[in-house]
Write a new protein. Structure first.
Length: 471
């Protein structure tokens, strides 16, 4: 490391951190990139790993390989470690609770974690989806639920194993619910002897009155219609009040009347809330940073901290505003926003090094898109000089496919995903249904074993109607 050059530490190799490193690699600085994993993750497709549509290497890439060109320039060091504390006064970070590393400039892009709105005990029964480890855990739960239903004698207990609840109807929740329905209806039929996977229920619970609340009402309604057509049981206006190993409790309101409901389910997925990473609290303690209700760091227009221009916060950890025309607007927590923040803080750091004033961050919104399921998606594009272009259905689904393939990192990943998706489209097969080990028995207690001679259970018409998803 060249001690004569300013030392820049970048914490996190998500979309924001990766763009910041790439933009700074040609500057006269020494860069240290720190991440607790050894890979960059394309998080928009993480749910496909959780639902066995794609393997982990298809949506991730080793950091050192991804940044191999930048490393050849000789000013980038990559460390696999977890930053556990930031000392703004001493200008140093703590790695894994032990080692200290000094910086001249710090870019914090450590992302977000799950928020259970004060009920952290729900996490054991309703895992969220942020990392590859989360995806593997959810995949094991989903596949394990069908396996345990196959072993269960009691019809009521079997129904609970075959009822899947997704909490939160944002993009992740909608994508998870639609894909899980496809697995039950098209991938698993005829693979079990005693159960019919087509009798599976997938319930999507949302506290507000709309799915995909960040989209315009027209697209939100189209998404709801497509979910219902796929067979998802969509329940909006449903506020979750409890989650345990046996199911979910939620409330609905009709006028002044509040009614409590109980939904038996052994597999619950959390997609309802996010919170800033723990480093936000560290910045609040040592740098006097202000946190919003979600634990995100409130930043200056140039994404730095008040009183600490050497510290910048980007990505999901930043409560940032876009300073374009008109009143400043909140920057959405999406990958394009993180990428643009990464490039912006890199440009401002170079301006500081040359004694120039920094510039306020301006987010360029190219639109939003979300897939609902097979041949179903919604797209809201912003085109300069034209305005908003909105569409849904098959064409939106195709647009979503090609957009995600385009933004994947690496030719190999793009090719792998294209092949896997094409194969799944024609065959409905999901070959990533390999589970390293079953879920913990403490989380998913084993039911009583069915006798080996038990005949195949055929669905009865009246029984199927009571537990099947709506058509």
């Amino acid at each position: 490391m060249n001690a004569s050059k300013p030392h820049v530490i970048v914490v996190g190799c998500g979309f924001g951190g990766l763009e910041a490193v790439r933009a700074l690699s040609k500057a006269e600085v020494e860069i240290t990139l720190i991440d607790r994993t050894n890979h960059h993750l394309f998080q928009p497709l993480l749910y496909q790993v959780a639902t066995a549509g794609l393997s982990a290497p298809a949506v991730s890439a080793p950091i050192r390989h991804t940044l191999r060109r930048e490393m050849k320039r000789g000013n980038l060091t990559i460390l696999q470690a977890e930053v556990t504390d930031i000392d703004a006064a001493m200008r140093r970070v703590t790695l894994d609770g032990r080692d200290k590393l000094a910086y001249d400039h710090l870019i914090v892009a450590s992302g977000a974690t799950h928020s259970y709105f004060g009920h952290d005990e729900w996490a054991a029964h309703a895992p969220g989806l942020k990392t590859l480890a989360d995806a593997f855990s959810i995949r094991a739960r989903v596949i394990g639920a069908f396996e345990r239903a196959e072993r269960t004698l009691d019809a009521t207990a079997r129904e609970a194993w075959m009822t899947f609840v997704v909490i939160g109807a944002g993009p992740t929740g909608v994508e998870m619910a639609g894909t899980m329905t496809e697995i039950a209806q098209h991938t698993l039929p005829m693979e079990f002897r005693r159960i019919d996977s087509r009798r599976t229920r997938v319930v999507l619970l949302e506290g507000s009155e709309r799915v995909l609340g960040s989209f315009v009402p027209q697209l939100s309604e189209r998404a709801r219609e497509q979910l219902l057509k796929l067979g998802v049981d969509v329940r909006t206006g449903s506020k979750v009040t409890g989650i345990d190993a046996e199911g979910v409790t939620y409330e609905t309101r009709e006028g002044e009347t509040v009614q409590a409901h109980r939904l038996p389910s052994r597999t619950v997925i959390w997609a309802a809330g996010v919170a800033g990473s723990a480093l936000g609290r560290s910045l609040a303690a040592t740098a006097g940073a202000t946190l919003d209700r979600a634990g995100r760091v409130v930043v200056q227009p140039d994404l730095s901290l008040p009183g600490h221009p050497e510290i910048s916060v980007i990505g999901d950890l930043a409560a940032a505003l876009s300073h374009g025309r008109g009143e400043p607007k909140p920057v959405p927590g999406v990958s394009p926003g993180a990428k643009q923040m990464g490039r912006s803080v890199a440009a401002n750091l170079r301006r500081r090094l040359h004694g120039e004033p920094t510039q306020a961050f301006r987010y360029i919104d190219y639109g939003s898109l979300a897939t609902v399921g097979r041949k179903a998606a919604v797209v809201d594009l912003t085109v300069p000089a034209i305005g908003a272009i909105r569409f849904w259905g098959l064409f939106a689904w195709l647009f979503w496919l090609f957009a995600h393939i385009y933004f994947l990192i690496g030719f190999r990943n793009r090719l792998t995903v294209m092949i896997d998706w094409a194969w799944a489209y024609w065959t409905y097969e999901r070959n990533a249904r390999v589970v390293a080990e079953p879920p913990s028995a403490a989380v998913m207690p084993a039911p009583a074993l069915a006798p080996p001679t038990l005949p195949r259970v055929e669905p009865q018409a009246e029984d199927a109607e009571s537990i099947s998803t709506p058509s």
